[in-house]
Design a protein around this ligand. Structure first.
Ligand code: G6P
Length: 604
């Protein structure tokens, strides 16, 4: 959480810092700020500007700019309420050093006490503020070497950080360092960039270096120098990222989320065609696994839950799905599972720490991620890419369906390599997936009934989403989408569990969304719909085209183009994304930036 940017070069720094920061707003948006070093009148003075609220509020406070170097930050509060004082950048007492930080400094209280004894005074409630104070102490003692001062300070920090440091006596360099929080460096002609991720910088460059944990860098307009914090230089390859600026812009849509929902035929196609090259990278020894464990958070966890049914079906192997935040604290078993980590961003700290631990136990580890060069790719033996393109809306949409696509492709391929399913089966699964993409197109071409349903739905305050088998996780994901963007309390349930408690909550004001596929769960789902209707709850059935039976159980039906039921979570999820989106839009919610949330959760 939190987005950070640094710039040094020939452009007006304020413009770059704001423009790039806006693209990181998905990482946190409760307050923001920037620090620049003025090059015109008042040369050599650090100018800091902060504001609570969205970046647009900060932008309004900017009067003029005349600087070629600066840092900026958008915050997702961890320590201290989101106000102007707690917003970054933070400075030392003499206002020589400005720091932006993403992460949490676990030992900040001890450091603060130590600094207070030396006479330092603190203005904010943040953990970050100790960093500029420590740097200013160290800088004074080492005779003015900023790089070494930052190095000595970060050696003392415990926890997670990506920081960028600007010093008033060094108008040509920024110093940055990372430990467990992401940081990329970019370069142009006579300019250098730092950011939390590549989307921030696509307007300026597509050449990046992904910094690794334990590294510190000096970024100047004429070059970048990286060392290990513990000492010794590091040579990184530049990585070219093919995402275009258009991919990261709204392109005429009202929100990123609806644009990303509509991109799904393309993103799904990219995931499927890209798989061909990934297939060849899968080592033969993965097929010797006897048990599979999938670990993920949030929406990615729901994709993993669908994956569980698919791995069991196509490989015959027992498959366990764990939330990363829980897996890490459970006792290790004596099994030797193949570990699969699903993370869209590749930066979710709980997932990364789980992968690190699994690897340290000698387990085989595979990452499924969307972001080239993200941290998870360095924590696992193998990375499989989703290729969805950048996703900016905080609520995941196209990356979820791409993750589902990856689950179908990976599980069936592994099953084929194990000899559990045949080449013909594999080919047929791929054909079903192509057909599923066409079904998604069909939904997107006919959103009218979903919009109407959303209008009705938007008056609710509590709802239940029910599904069985592969559509049980689809129900969880549908409920998650609805609650996070529309703020309607929504719960996903396996339909058969309803009688064990939730039924007590049903009234005529509690809509039920029931996911129906024409599989072996069909009759049971109809029974569950009947149970809800009998309690007076309005039921919205999501059913395949041509299902006439369903009309006898409820008159509220949204149809999706029929697919083989095993693949129905993909079209059903797209339909539920639209239902959540239009409901939230009707309620006037800030869809791309739901309150209190962030897209990339880099704290534990
Ligand atoms: C946050 C996001 C979710 C996402 C989850 C896991 O909660 O808001 O959309 O599913 O993190 O993120 P990951 O990048 O690991 O898939």
């Amino acid at each position: 959480m939190c987005g950070i940017v640094g710039y040094v070069g020939h452009r007006e720094a304020t413009d770059v810092l704001i423009e790039a920061l806006k693209r990181l707003e998905y990482r946190g948006y409760d307050s923001s700020g920037l620090a620049t070093l003025s090059t015109g009148r008042g040369k050599g003075r650090l100018r800091v500007l902060k504001s609570p609220g969205y970046i647009s509020a900060l932008e309004k406070r900017i009067k003029t700019g005349s600087s070629r170097i600066g840092i900026s930050h958008t915050r997702w509060a961890t320590h201290g309420v989101p106000n102007e004082v707690n917003a970054h950048p933070h400075m030392d007492g003499e206002q020589n050093v400005a720091v932006v930080h993403n992460g949490i400094i676990d030992n900040h209280l001890a450091l603060k006490r130590e600094l207070a004894r030396k006479g330092h005074e603190f203005l904010s409630q943040t953990d970050t503020e100790v960093i500029p104070h420590l740097i200013s102490e160290e800088y004074r003692h080492n005779g003015g070497n900023l790089f070494e001062a930052v190095r000595e300070v970060v050696k003392r920090l415990k926890g997670s950080y990506a920081i960028v440091v600007l010093h008033r006596d060094h108008p040509d360099i920024l110093v940055c360092a990372r430990e467990k929080s992401p940081l990329v460096l970019g370069t142009g002609v006579n300019e250098g960039f730092i950011a939390s991720d590549v989307t921030a910088l696509l307007r300026y460059t597509n050449r990046f270096i992904f910094m690794e944990d334990g590294e510190i860098a000096k970024v100047a307009a004429d070059g970048i120098h990286i060392e290990k914090i513990s000492g010794g230089t590091v040579a990184h390859e530049w990585t070219r990222v093919d995402w275009s600026l258009e991919d990261a812009e709204k392109g005429g849509f009202k929100h990123f989320m609806i644009k990303e929902i509509f991109e799904q035929p393309r993103s799904l196609h990219q995931s499927q065609t890209g798989w061909r090259s990934d297939e060849n990278s899968i080592p033969a020894d993965l097929a010797t696994a006897r048990i599979i464990r999938i670990v993920a958070c949030g929406t990615s966890y729901h994709a993993g839950m669908v994956g569980r049914y698919l791995f069991e079906k196509f490989t015959g192997l027992p498959t366990i799905v764990s939330m990363a935040s829980e897996y890490r604290f459970a006792d290790a078993t004596s099994d030797d599972p193949l570990m699969i980590f699903i993370t869209q961003s590749g930066e979710t700290l709980d997932t990364i720490m789980a992968a690190r631990e699994a690897r340290s136990r000698g387990l085989k580890t595979v990452a499924i991620t969307n972001v080239v060069g993200s941290t998870i790719t360095r924590e696992t033996d193998l990375t499989l890419y989703m290729r969805s393109g950048p996703e900016i809306g905080v609520a995941a949409s196209k990356t979820f369906t791409s993750q589902l696509m990856m689950m179908y492709l990976f599980s069936s391929y592994l099953g084929y390599r194990m000899g559990y399913i045949k080449r013909d089966d594999l080919n047929s699964i791929k054909e079903h997936l192509r057909h599923t993409i066409r079904s998604v197109e069909g939904i997107l071409n006919n959103t009218g009934p979903i919009r109407e349903m959303a209008e009705w739905f938007s008056g609710s305050s509590s709802a239940f989403f029910l599904g069985r088998y592969v559509n049980y996780p689809a129900a969880l994901e549908g409920a998650l989408k609805m609650k996070e963007i529309s703020y309607i309390h929504s719960e996903g349930y396996p339909a058969g569990e309803l009688k064990h408690g939730p039924l007590a909550l049903l009234t005529e004001k509690t809509p039920i969304v029931a996911l129906v596929a024409g599989d072996h769960t069909y009759e049971k789902m109809l029974g569950n719909i009947g149970e809800c209707s009998a309690r007076g709850s309005p039921v919205v059935a999501i059913a395949p085209d041509g299902d006439v039976e369903i009309g006898r159980y409820t008159d509220r039906v949204l149809h999706y183009p029929r697919v083989d039921p095993l693949f129905s979570p993909i079209p059903i999820s797209v339909l539920l994304q639209l239902l959540a989106y239009y409901t939230a839009d009707h309620r006037g919610c800030p869809i791309d930036k739901p309150r209190n949330l962030a897209k990339s959760v880099t704290v534990e």
